[in-house]
Design a protein around this ligand. Structure first.
Ligand code: FAD
Length: 460
């Protein structure tokens, strides 16, 4: 473990420059861009930023940093929410965004090979020419490398990042280049190293190439909204829909505050009450039948004003607003930062979990809203704090920890999507148990004995 910050000497910087064709920077603005993520956690600048352009360059940089015991924090879009990319012990931020080639689109195999710095939106723009799309969408325009390293994002119908990464090229802490997985849909050969690295938050290896599953763009997409008197009613209806097996592509709930924020941010005029958003994919007849089945169920659970549309413009506008919910919350609170919690519980406990979250947060003075990926029984609380008052962040951290522990007691997890980062280390131990965490530590120690890869994340 590092017990103090590592700042690079001018010789070390010069040596790194000799290893890569891309930029090596100590410019203050560049350092600051790599010293923060989208969380409210105070920034920590790296000592230098290194931008490799190939797997071989990443390998040379890691071999050198391992030998010199320099911490290395892989950096994609920096959109993570638990302090993942903060270089807590200095060293270098390894920015992968210059490795942004879409190497191969293989429509016949329904797969694509990409470098880690490719952004999700750019990939989907390219795939659209072939009638394909990549289904996983965390809400931010993240990089595929960062998405694989944080892993959680799910689409009900198409699966999570873990389901959609078939193979990886990765560079280990000592510079060894490995290939994991195959371009096959099934694989049962040996330990599953692909899934070990997916979700490892840059602590076990640096991903330099990904083979991903893609899907054909559905013939028809439709969107629907339905309103409820309470968040718990909406959630109960949504869980009934999931249990019924109706084919929904996406199903999200937003509380009244979220709706108010997206109305003003995205020019919508939705009623400011708890609302479920749906998306359906399939044939024109299939989506119509699915929407009707959903309407029947939500009405049984007190849903009202069910509105659905196959109009592409209306669908995009609605889902763009859902995407923007985080930014809408920031815009509604100028100058403030947000803490975004992330818990998942067993499906049957979701209504109880959001009710508990509302009760806990209502006891405190911080503005909040709640939204979630209801079909995955995963929800987020968006809690506003003032960055000028660091004591607020400390207080909110205590409150969210209390909430997290309640979710774990209910059989849930401290994170369905965002990962552990530096913010949920104690929750991981509470959830998984010291024995399982000890196995995780020994994997880390075997793969990264000098602890150079993203130190201070996942474990202390
Ligand atoms: C508005 C908004 C909404 C969001 N909604 C969601 C959501 O619904 N679900 C969700 O899961 N997340 C969500 N996020 C968080 C974030 O977008 C995701 O976690 C995303 O996957 C991070 O990708 P990134 O490229 O920004 O990675 P970064 O933030 O740059 O990095 C994330 C982690 O991955 C590591 N890493 C990056 N690249 C590599 C690599 N090539 N090899 C190894 N490790 C690497 C980093 O070291 C770090 O630990 C949201 C964020 C925002 C701002």
């Amino acid at each position: 473990m590092f017990n103090k910050r590592v700042d690079l000497s001018s010789e070390q910087i010069e040596h790194l420059k000799s290893l890569v064709t891309g930029l090596v920077s100590t410019n203050e603005t560049v350092l600051a861009q790599h010293g923060r993520d989208e969380s409210a956690i105070p920034p920590v600048n790296p000592s230098a930023v290194v931008m490799p352009q190939s797997t071989e360059e990443v390998s040379k940089v890691l071999a050198y940093c391992n030998q010199q015991k320099i911490p290395v924090v892989a950096f994609g879009a920096g959109s993570s929410l638990e302090g993942h990319v903060l270089p807590l012990f200095g060293g270098i931020s390894l920015d992968l965004t210059q490795m942004n080639k879409i190497i191969d689109v293989r429509a016949d195999d329904l797969l694509v090979r990409v470098q880690p710095g490719v952004h999700r939106v750019a990939l989907n723009e390219k795939l659209a020419n072939s009638g394909l799309f990549f289904s996983v969408d965390p809400g931010a325009d993240a990089t595929l490398g960062g998405m694989a390293a944080t892993a959680g994002t799910t689409t009900v119908r198409y699966g999570s990042m873990r389901d959609n990464v078939l193979a990886l090229t990765a560079v280990m802490a000592d510079g060894t280049i490995i290939k994991t997985g195959r371009e096959t849909r099934k694989l049962s050969a040996g330990y599953d190293l692909t899934r070990l690295l997916v979700g490892s938050e840059g602590t076990l290896a640096v991903i330099t190439e990904l083979t991903l599953r893609v899907f054909g763009i559905p013939e028809k997409m439709a969107a629907a909204t339905v309103q409820f008197k309470s968040l718990a009613d909406g959630v109960t209806a949504a869980t009934a829909i999931v249990r019924s097996g109706i084919s929904i592509a996406r199903c999200e709930f937003l509380d009244a505050k979220c709706i108010k924020n997206v109305n003003s941010h995205d020019g919508l005029s939705l009623a400011e009450v708890p609302t479920l958003f749906f998306e359906f994919h399939g044939s024109p007849q299939g989506v119509a039948e699915d929407a009707q089945s959903v309407k029947d169920i939500v009405e049984e659970f007190g849903g009202s004003e069910f509105q659905w549309s196959t109009d592409e413009g209306a669908r995009r506008k609605l889902w763009q607003a859902r995407h923007n919910a985080y930014w809408a919350g920031i815009a509604a609170n100028p100058g403030k930062r947000a803490v975004s919690t992330d818990a998942a519980v067993p499906l049957s406990k979701l209504a109880e979990a959001v009710t508990i979250a509302e009760q806990v947060l209502s006891k405190h003075p911080y503005p909040f809203s709640i939204l979630g990926h209801v079909a995955d029984a995963n929800f987020h609380c968006f809690i506003v704090t003032d960055p000028e008052k660091p004591e607020e962040l400390e207080d909110v951290r205590h409150i969210t920890h209390e909430l997290t522990m309640k979710m774990i007691e209910m059989g849930g997890t401290c994170t369905g999507e965002h990962g552990i980062g530096s913010g949920k280390i104690s929750a991981l131990i509470a959830e998984t148990g010291a024995e399982a965490v000890s196995i995780m530590r020994s994997i880390k120690k075997t793969l990264d004995p000098n602890n150079i890869l993203n130190p201070g994340k996942v474990f202390n």
